[in-house]
Write a protein that binds this ligand. Structure first.
Ligand code: GLA
Ligand code: ZN
Length: 678
């Protein structure tokens, strides 16, 4: 997508202020002062845009778009399908969602509609077309914001019917479905597709193949809805790019399936800052940024973030001074071409009246929040050179939605906290501590171009993942696998024979058993003599939750268990295969184990780090590339300043100070010109 500037601004809901013309005027002045250059309009405007069926009232919106344009402010225009008007729900009850217990919802809330309903699709198609005709070539409009935070599922009769058709297209015969879902278990064999019902706590919830396919269907049905929304815009003449705003850690939809439907990925980030150490929040939020970036492996947009406190989390804490700047720059560091807030002006009533905003109820430009927003806008204004800059990464961690669905539903050695995301985060964090950009890709994505791939808790092998891994290692790649990997196929049927499936030779071991540990229980991982240099800092590491027992064939042990009946058995191992290397971590090791092992792995694979100095705990390093230069971001998420040995000669400072300590929540951005091009 071609932008002309880094976008700065956020959601703006002027329909809540139409009775206050002086406020609408004042808002534009505030935006200009805060260096805001973009707002998102119309996300929840349907009842104002179409107060009666077929009666379109777009004049107010046109006026606002024109006023913004005259003031140099661009518009991201939303389609309004995220919440529908009352008349629509009253006249066409089929648009309302049915929950898993088969109860139809009442009108209310938002995101409360069926994605299958032909009536809902038609009504959305009509209003999207009208919006496209009227505003699709307005020079202020730069991007379509399709609906809002797609999510949830519907179990209505229309959805059931669509699900059965989806299953029939996938399996062709009911015998094949029975085989793949293992339905002879508990005598649940189906005789026809017509008998199938979506999973329900009142009915079937133990056929894991059914549950998985239902989730895949929900993703596909949502994708189909998105496709129709965008098609309506295109058919009515607008070719402006389109995005959907994704959510933090949202499990319900496999976001990768939307990659090809949209022009740019965007997401909404609401980290709970100051809940414990800030750097832990920064790592977690950073990982989400990288997950979102890796969906298209392209620059993306931060669509929403809060400049102050939210109001929907258990406790809504104010952001300490400096966090607005830090979180905004963190987004840009990870590959975002925008910093956008929810919202510009705080709502007067209803459920978001206390949600933080750029302009609060006082209307003042002197508030602490406004001043921080203004300052962040000012410094982003100096970073235009970064626009469209790419993120290059030689390291990937596998983060796979379908695997997550399966592993959390599996009913295995731990149902209480199998901790997939946390396990992925340990690998991610260990690489990030080495000062590396990291991609988070799923099993369908290619491994080409990577030097190191880590697959934590890759329970389900799908999409020929094991074949890709084998070729990758054969040709010289470095692969890391953890416990509880390569166990089931893509309908959650256990592989028969040696596991990790298809990789027993690559890894040089065979799985035998896996032990679930009670909360609070630990075992130890003791480095072997041959690995003493790798684990120089410690004589033992602890592990918890899951301990896998394996028999090594060609691999050599790097650590052994310290306790219990499997004391002395391998707890980590290394194997050479083809031109490459394979590492295995048998248990849920503490972070320090990952940190020490991955330092060695990165050294061995000779992956170049962004900085050639030690990175203190709590410091994030990222790099983005343009043709002319590399931009390096160094962010300190500690509550104390940190000293870093950044070599002054090599770089020009874009933001922050040269040669001094980096203050708490402070950022240094510098630029290294590419040789031969300066
Ligand atoms: C979500 C929604 C917004 C708003 C914010 C509040 O991200 O998309 O409309 O409700 O939450 O944090
Ligand atoms: Zn439905």
């Amino acid at each position: 997508m071609d932008l002309t500037k880094l976008l700065y601004g956020g959601d703006y809901n002027p329909e809540q202020w139409l009775a206050y013309p002086e406020i609408l005027k004042e808002d534009i002045e505030c935006m200009k002062q805060a260096h805001i250059n973009t707002v998102t309009l119309g996300v929840f405007s349907w009842s104002v845009l179409e107060p009666e069926e077929g009666d379109f009232q777009f004049g107010w919106l046109e006026q606002i778009i024109d006023d913004l344009y005259e003031n140099g402010i661009s518009v991201i225009l939303a389609t309004p399908s995220g919440a529908r008007p009352k008349w629509l729900a009253d006249r066409y009850p089929e648009v309302l969602r049915v929950d898993e217990a088969r109860n139809r919802e009442l009108f209310g809330g938002r995101h409360n509609h069926c994605y299958t309903s032909p009536v809902y699709r038609e009504k959305v198609r009509i209003i999207n077309g009208e919006l496209s005709k009227r505003f699709g070539s307005h020079p202020a409009v730069i991007l379509w914001h399709i609906s809002n935070e797609y999510g949830g599922e519907c179990h209505c009769p229309l959805c059931q019917q669509a699900f059965r058709k989806w299953l029939e297209a996938k399996y062709r015969t009911i015998e094949e479905l029975n085989e793949r879902w293992c339905t002879t278990f508990w005598s649940h064999t189906y005789q026809s597709f017509e008998q199938i019902e979506s999973p329900s706590s009142r009915g079937e919830s133990m056929l894991h193949g059914l549950t998985l396919d239902w989730k895949r269907f929900v993703t596909d049905q949502t994708a189909d809805f998105i496709r129709e929304e965008i098609a309506a815009i295109r058919e009515a003449g607008s070719d402006k790019p389109a995005t959907i705003n994704l959510m933090y850690n949202y499990e319900g939809l496999n976001y990768h399936k939307f990659a090809d439907l949209i022009d740019v990925v965007s997401w909404d980030s609401y980290p709970t800052w100051h809940k414990g150490e800030e750097y832990l929040t920064a790592v977690d939020n950073g990982m989400q940024h990288d997950i979102m970036r890796s969906i298209k492996k392209k620059p993306y947009l931060l669509m929403e973030s809060c400049p102050s406190s939210t109001n929907w989390q258990g406790v809504s804490k104010l952001k300490r001074p400096g966090i607005v700047e830090a979180q905004g720059l963190q987004a840009v560091a990870h590959g975002s071409d925008s910093v956008l807030y929810f919202q510009i002006r705080q709502s007067r009533g209803a459920s978001e009246k206390f949600h933080g905003a750029v302009i609060d109820h006082t209307g003042s430009r002197e508030t602490r929040v406004f001043q921080e927003v203004k300052e962040t806008g000012r410094l982003l204004g100096n970073m235009g050179g970064l626009l469209g800059a790419s993120t290059e990464s030689e390291v990937a961690v596998i983060y796979d939605w379908e695997n997550r669905w399966a592993v959390e539903d599996a009913m295995g050695p731990r149902n209480k906290g199998v901790c997939y995301k946390e396990t992925v985060e340990k690998s991610y964090r260990a690489f990030r501590k080495q000062g590396l950009n990291v991609d988070l890709i799923d099993m369908e994505q290619s491994l080409e171009g990577y030097r190191i791939v880590a697959a934590p808790m890759a329970y389900m092998f799908r999409s020929d993942f094991e074949k890709k891994v084998k070729a990758f290692v054969e040709q010289g790649g470095t692969f890391v696998l953890t416990y509880w990997s390569g166990i089931v196929d893509d309908t959650d049927r256990c592989f028969l024979g040696a596991t990790p499936h298809g990789l027993a030779d690559v890894m040089g071991f065979r799985r035998k058993e896996i032990d679930g540990l009670y909360d609070g229980e630990t075992n130890a991982m003791l480095p072997t003599d041959r690995a003493a240099a790798v684990f120089a800092s410690r004589e033992r590491y602890s592990c918890q939750r899951l301990c896998e027992l394996v028999e090594l064939t060609t691999a050599v042990p790097l650590a052994v268990y310290g306790e219990d009946f499997y004391q002395g058995m391998p707890a980590a191992a290394f194997n050479r295969f083809g031109e490459g290397s394979a590492y295995y971590i048998a248990a849920d090791a503490e972070q320090a184990f990952y940190d020490d092992l991955y330092r060695h792995v990165v050294d061995e694979a000779q992956v170049e780090r962004i900085l050639d100095c030690r990175i203190p705990e709590g410091v994030e390093v990222n790099a983005r590339q343009t043709e002319e230069a590399e931009y390096v971001f160094v962010q300190n998420y500690n509550r104390e300043a940190v000293e870093m040995d950044l070599k002054d000669e090599d770089y020009e400072v874009v933001h922050g100070k040269k040669g001094t300590a980096i203050p708490p929540f402070g950022t240094v951005v510098f630029m290294r010109r590419k040789s031969g091009r300066a």
